[in-house]
Design a protein around this ligand. Structure first.
Ligand code: DGP
Length: 112
């Protein structure tokens, strides 16, 4: 499968890893939008949030268990934002489910 994030997870493309476990891989976004900008992805390929179902939702649970650990490691004691872009209207550019963790500064109060 020709998937950028599958290649990053496999180590075929380098990344700045910040966390990994059996189900989850997290690395720094190549175009950071905040002082901390981490992408958290399932090792198993899921195309987007729209593809989550009863057969793969454990991967999403593992991601949301990892997020507070990553936030603590990154020093995000004053809060952070978690975003996933899903599909064309949301400008999803990489079609492997990923959650952006953004923090390290006061973020705008508008989402869009
Ligand atoms: P989205 O627009 O939600 O699909 O976000 C995709 C993000 O992936 C975007 O913020 C930039 C990031 N990105 C794209 N290519 C690479 C890459 O090769 N390495 C890293 N670390 N991040 C990438």
């Amino acid at each position: 499968m020709d998937c950028l994030f599958c290649k990053i997870i496999a180590g075929e493309i380098p990344s700045a890893k910040v966390y990994e476990d059996a189900h989850v891989y997290a690395f720094r976004d190549i175009h950071p939008m905040a002082p901390v900008h981490v992408l958290v992805v399932p090792r198993r390929h899921i195309a987007s949030a729209d593809e989550v179902n009863a057969g793969n939702s454990a991967e999403v649970a593992a991601i949301f268990e990892a997020i507070p650990k990553i936030a603590a490691d990154e020093g995000l004691t004053n809060g952070y934002r978690v975003i996933t872009n899903c599909g064309e209207d949301a400008c999803q550019s990489v079609h492997h489910l990923h959650f952006h963790i953004l923090g390290g500064r006061k973020l705008p109060d508008q989402m869009a």
